[in-house]
Design a protein around this ligand. Structure first.
Ligand SMILES: Nc1ncnc2c1ncn2[C@@H]1O[C@H](COP(=O)(O)OP(=O)(O)OP(=O)(O)O)[C@@H](O)[C@H]1O
Length: 286
């Protein structure tokens, strides 16, 4: 199974087929008996299928606490938490103790905690369950925003209509086997740009850059003298700025094609996509 930056993917399958288990393995909460996960990005947002909140702590105190655990300052975490709860229209208010919240409102707090730090990978286990119609729209906005920034999103849902509407593609789990069900690549393509960098005419060699460490870069490869980067549209300005500061010249910037720029690529310290492979999943490569 492969989850690329900028993609929104669904995992579908019947009750008990192993969707939640696969997601827990992906985020690192469960260890697979066999198989590996590679390329997990630094910031992962996760909404579990069950979010038990029998706590006295208020919604905003909980979010502030979670933000602090993830390295945010208390004031930044509180401000971000407030912003997210406001967008989600939390009924009961930010100061409501978690244990007094309804299922849907608890789900909103779970969603907010996953988005406190902008995630490179957002993993949502049946995120629509319990949410009302207006919150459905906000959830779709959040998913779109993460993907537009070059993050990957993976979610589960039982309903075909939800999967078709929100995902670029889907993996299905049947009898312990993960298979690619296909999908569209439109969002992925539209949100990627190809940036071609060359040596400056001054002849001064540009500085080395770990391109994969820059947010939004999903591919980097040499093409002759040039360096070709595939970058999420939302991050292309920042990547461009870094390139110019490191003495590269910009030859072109265009909408990316469907194909990766190269299969060989530039050696990286980070990996731009997350792979999950197991004895079973390996038989079904995309
Ligand atoms: N690959 C696997 N090998 C062994 N056990 C598994 C595997 N995948 C899932 N299970 C077990 O199957 C049970 C159900 O799995 P899980 O909760 O992941 O299913 P699900 O598809 O999310 O179900 P639901 O749609 O009802 O939420 C769990 O007890 C889990 O430990």
């Amino acid at each position: 199974m492969r989850v690329s930056a900028g993609q929104v993917l669904a995992v579908v399958g019947g009750n008990g087929s192993g969707k939640s288990t696969l997601l827990r393995i992906l985020v690192g909460l469960s260890r697979p008996t066999s198989g590996t996960v590679s390329g997990r990005p630094p910031h992962i947002g996760y909404v579990p299928d069950r979010f038990t909140a029998h706590e006295r702590i208020s919604a905003i105190s909980y979010l502030t606490h979670m933000g602090r655990i993830r390295g945010m300052s208390a004031s930044a975490a509180r401000a971000r938490g407030d912003h997210l709860l406001e967008r989600l229209s939390l009924v009961g208010g930010r100061n409501a103790p978690l244990r007094t919240l309804s299922k849907g409102n608890t789900q909103k707090v779970a969603l907010a905690q996953a988005l406190l730090v902008q995630p490179d990978l957002l993993v949502l286990d049946e995120p629509w369950s319990g949410l009302d119609a207006s919150a459905h729209g906000i959830l779709a906005e959040f998913i779109g925003e993460v993907a537009a920034r070059g993050g990957a999103v993976l979610f589960t849902d039982h309903r075909e209509a939800i999967t078709k509407k929100h995902a670029d593609g889907a993996y299905a789990i049947t009898d312990g086997q993960v298979t690619w069900r296909g999908g569209r690549r439109a969002r992925d393509r539209a949100s990627m740009v190809e940036l071609v960098l060359t040596m400056p005419s001054s002849g001064i060699a540009p500085a080395e850059v770990d391109w994969y460490a820059l947010p939004g870069v999903v591919d980097a490869a040499r093409r002759g003298e040039a360096l070709v980067l595939r970058v999420a549209r939302g991050q292309s300005d920042a990547v461009l700025l870094t390139a110019l500061r490191k003495q590269w010249s910009v030859e072109s910037l265009a909408e990316a094609t469907d194909e990766p720029v190269s299969s060989t690529g530039v050696p990286s310290t980070g990996v731009p996509s997350t792979d999950v492979s197991s004895t079973d999943a390996r038989r079904n490569t995309r």
